[in-house]
Design a protein. Structure first.
Length: 232
């Protein structure tokens, strides 16, 4: 079976322009693949490059070497060489991403924030709002909050809004960067259920999770990022 996502010898470094142009090598030789319905967890200490790998897959960071091959229907795209337009298209049709922090336009109601990806994808506003409300209820966001902007919420509530927005579209690939970090045990359990639901529906998932209990509950395989440490 062709992987939904495959990384081949990917490398990333940063040039620290405010530090005299010092080059900071992050990872090199990153190689792994993810099948439909499989969850890969990237493990390793803080600063090892786990989030950077997710951002390269999503196209936020460009890699210096290697290939990031994404199956998009009958086609394959290399995110490493894709144009900005192609990357934006992949984000709307193929790759979802739940980051550590919610980024939303101020004063936009929570229901609109969560429903937006469906509306952009062609779902009617009424249907998108219904699906968004159901997802938010599942994540224990009260009805009274749906018309309020998430900027007024607690950190845990904002993260649940972030999760709802990321999980709502039915995309083939989902990237998760510490989705349960600021959640209580009940809501961590809900997120684990959502991940299992995605796997059953054939979504290929790459996750960064520091909580060992969550990691053990969702991971089909663990990729140790330390093996990809760039040479000093």
């Amino acid at each position: 079976m062709t992987p939904a996502l495959e990384l081949r010898d990917v490398a990333k470094s940063f040039i620290m322009h405010l530090q005299g142009g010092v080059r900071l090598d992050v990872v090199a030789g990153v190689t792994f693949s993810v099948r439909a319905g499989e969850c890969i967890v990237l493990a390793g200490p803080s600063g090892a490059g786990k989030s950077s790998i997710l951002k390269m897959i999503f196209g936020n960071y460009r890699c210096e070497e290697g290939q990031i091959l994404v199956q998009d229907g009958a086609d394959h795209f290399d995110v490493a060489t894709a144009t900005p337009r192609q990357i934006l298209e992949l984000r709307s049709t193929t790759i979802g991403y739940v980051s550590q922090f919610l980024r939303a336009v101020p004063r936009v109601p929570t229901i609109e924030v969560v429903a937006e990806p469906l509306i952009v994808g062609g779902v009617s506003r009424e249907a998108a709002h219904a699906k968004a409300a159901a997802m938010l209820h599942r994540l224990n966001i009260r009805d009274a909050l749906l018309q309020l902007p998430p900027a007024t919420f607690s950190g845990g509530e904002q993260q649940r809004v972030n999760i709802a927005r990321g999980f709502l579209p039915d995309l083939p690939i989902l990237l998760l960067d510490e989705p349960t970090a600021s959640l209580d045990s009940d809501n961590r359990a809900v997120v684990q259920e959502l991940i299992q639901d995605k796997k059953r529906r054939g979504t290929a998932i790459v996750a960064v999770v520091h909580d060992e209990n969550v990691r053990d509950a969702i991971a089909d395989r663990i990729v140790e990022v330390a093996q990809f440490a760039a040479a000093a």
